[in-house]
Design a binder for this molecule. Structure first.
Ligand code: GLA
Length: 676
């Protein structure tokens, strides 16, 4: 349990009373009660209020807020407020400001704006966190700490440049090792002094954000920046722990956010929390995958849905309303995938600046007679009735998909063979094929234990880190099914090609050699032609494109061949028996039907069967707790759906018995409690 003081799914969200006059607060208290709200995230952007100058700290209004909320039955998720520095700090100490990609020194403005390598910023942030923890350590209202806010963005200041050199010295020890890792003899880049190394941005090696001349430098810069921001987080974390060792600490992550390596961050968060803002047209399975990824950051431990909008965002180009029932549906989607909280940004809609058109539980009209409030209050009541039943339940998936931020950076930074390859899209294709078949998946990192799964899928594992190839081989040898794809096993962690034939370190496990890699234009296609009479569900031919590896088998068996072009007849899908298990190679990016057939078959062969029989619009997943198994059924479609499953149980939401079949209205949810 995140904190057993509140043994239920926490319900609430960001609350900014400092933006309001005191006479509105009593209304807040009344309406929070009506909505069943029991947690408020406060102090997220209040640094300037708490610390009006360098030497003064004034906690009076924060004291009052926490006490008032607690009197009214609302706990707090207490933020440290360091996500935006005060204007006086920027004026007095310009080094706290960031320098952008184009080398321009920023002025005061915006948020998430502090230079993570400014000693001044770090000192002030750490001091504030310590003071808050000391002051509120005995306040019973504090359930969890929330450090800063949505860490992210890169900085190109002199301080960061100096810190980068120190970071590189720690990583490489000698310039010789660094020159080798970056292959600096290319374009005459040999470094003879650490001071010669500059940050990669539009003034040096990079352009367009992700284009670079030197992948090694750009990759290390991303690692360094992720670490720099993590250092800032850890400074505050350590300060808080001194005073409140038993109160959990988090910071709100952003799902598939590209700039930080969340697998590196996760061990430093007591509980993962994240902000979920799908847009109207985000595929439901992409949101599901992101929840699963957030759950996977800490090996399946339940996470917090820290933010979502009750109705609409303000920052997307077009901000649609969540249709009736969708806020509830998406809230349960988070719970289904491991969230033990449902929280919003924000509880009351602000009156000015850029978030005044962002949805809130309490709208500008100020009363409870709104569609949004009614839906929020209904959900609050329902979550209240669920009590602690679902808390701490785990996924129990037997299939895992690997996700790796460093691999993603390397692919994004790659110059060739194609700009069409998008790592997240490829991973999502594999995820979606299982999602549609109602087969649960865990999203895991490359360092995670593979042996707990029966099938491990590693889409486009371009970068193979030290030790991974051995672990993948051991997994297959012990009976696992390993699946990987085109453009895998190509480079090491410095983006240096593994010589001797692709897929490099994975070659023996896969039993193939990729001699060349063809890149296809959007209008070009090839096909995957399944050999002989087919392989289970795989039969006939499927489209493929983006990249095509021209393969030779070494020990693998050919399952399908290319259908056209000068490499027609060369292997396209192979399987290599390896010890007790097998390793599959899919040499191009296939159409969805192929993946449904392939992955469906691989699962079926191992008795990993769909959880339900239902239309694809129905999302099905499970959480398992002790002897109980909770089958979540979420109907994202626009029609009522009939869903069949093997084991009957009680629907926790309706209280009705569900004996193997239920009908779920459009946007409806059922949570069937079964004995496992
Ligand atoms: C983020 C931030 C919040 C708010 C919301 C708006 O998630 O953490 O402060 O700006 O976006 O969607």
């Amino acid at each position: 349990m995140i904190n057993d003081k509140l043994p239920k799914i926490w319900y609430g969200g960001d609350y900014n009373p400092e933006q309001w006059d005191a006479d509105i607060w009593a209304e807040d208290d009344r309406m929070f009660k009506l909505a069943g709200i029991d947690i408020a995230t406060i102090n997220v952007f209040s640094w300037a209020l708490i610390q009006p100058d360098e030497h003064t700290y004034d906690f009076t209004s924060l004291d009052e807020t926490i006490e008032r909320l607690y009197r009214n039955g609302v706990y707090v998720c207490l933020a440290t407020g360091t996500g935006a520095h005060p204007a006086w700090m920027a004026r007095r100490y310009p080094e706290v400001l960031r320098t952008d990609y184009h080398g321009r020194k920023r002025k005061f403005g915006g948020r998430h704006n502090s230079n993570p390598n400014s000693d001044v910023y770090r000192r002030f942030a750490k001091t504030l966190a310590g003071k808050l923890a000391e002051r509120y350590k005995d306040y019973p209202a504090v359930l969890i700490w929330h450090i800063s806010n949505e860490y992210g963005g890169y900085d190109y200041s002199e301080q960061s440049e100096a810190a980068f050199r120190v970071w590189l010295q720690a990583r490489y020890g000698t310039l010789e090792a660094l020159n080798k890792a970056w292959n600096t003899r290319f374009w005459g880049h040999t470094f003879y002094d650490w001071e010669e190394i500059v940050l990669p941005n539009a003034l040096s090696e990079e352009w367009d954000g992700n284009r670079t001349n030197f992948q090694g430098i750009s990759l290390d810069f991303r690692r360094f920046m992720s670490d720099s921001l993590l250092e800032c987080y850890k400074l505050e974390y350590d300060e808080i722990k001194k005073h409140t060792p038993h109160i959990p600490i988090t910071t709100n992550l952003m799902g598939l956010y590209p700039e930080l390596d969340y697998f590196k961050w996760a061990p430093h968060l007591d509980v993962i929390s994240w902000d979920n803002y799908p847009s109207f047209d985000t595929p439901v399975s992409l949101t599901a995958m992101t929840h699963d990824l957030m759950r996977g950051l800490r090996q399946g431990q339940p996470f917090m849905l820290m933010e979502q909008t009750p109705s609409q965002q303000n920052w997307q180009p077009i901000n649609s309303l969540k249709r009736p029932g969708v806020m509830r549906l998406w809230s349960y989607q988070a719970v289904a995938r491991g969230a033990d909280t449902v929280m919003f940004f924000q509880l009351r809609r602000s009156v000015g600046a850029c978030e005044k058109y962002h949805g809130a539980v309490i709208e500008h009209v100020g009363h409870e007679h709104t569609r949004v409030f009614r839906e929020c209050a209904a959900l609050g009541a329902e979550l209240g009735r669920l009590g602690d039943r679902l808390l701490d339940a785990r996924s129990g998936a037997r299939v895992a998909i690997l996700f790796d931020w460093e691999n993603r950076w390397a692919l994004d930074l790659s110059s060739g063979p194609t700009v069409r390859l998008k790592y997240v899209d490829e991973v999502h294709k594999y995820y979606d094929a299982l999602f549609k078949q109602h087969i649960p998946v865990d999203m895991i990192g490359v360092e995670d234990e593979l042996g707990q799964y029966e099938i491990v899928i590693a889409p486009v594992l371009y970068m193979v880190k030290p030790g991974f190839a051995e672990r993948a081989a051991a997994f297959a040898a012990a009976g696992g099914t390993f699946v990987t794809t085109f453009f895998s096993g190509i480079v090491n962690e410095s983006d240096i090609v593994t010589l001797g034939g692709y897929p490099g370190e994975l070659r023996k496990l896969l039993g193939v050699w990729a001699e060349e890699i063809d890149a296809l234009f959007p209008e070009q296609k090839n096909s995957i032609v399944v050999k002989d009479k087919g392989q289970g569900r795989l039969s006939g031919s499927y489209d493929c494109g983006i990249l095509c590896d021209l393969l030779h088998t070494e020990s693998a068996h050919v399952v399908a061949e290319y259908g056209s072009d000068f490499y027609a007849g060369m292997p396209c899908v192979t399987v290599n028996r390896f010890g007790e298990g097998e390793a599959w190679y899919v040499a191009s990016s296939p159409e969805p039907a192929f993946l449904e057939d392939l992955l469906g078959q691989l699962c079926e062969d191992r008795g990993i069967l769909p959880l339900v029989s239902a239309p694809a619009d129905v999302e099905a997943t499970v959480r398992v707790k002790g002897e109980e198994r909770f089958l979540f059924l979420l109907n994202h479609g626009s029609e009522e759906a009939s869903v069949r499953f093997d084991t009957g149980g009680i629907d926790l939401l309706s209280g009705e018995e569900a004996a193997g079949q239920v009908r779920i209205p459009s946007k409806g949810v059922a949570i069937i409690a079964q004995r496992s």
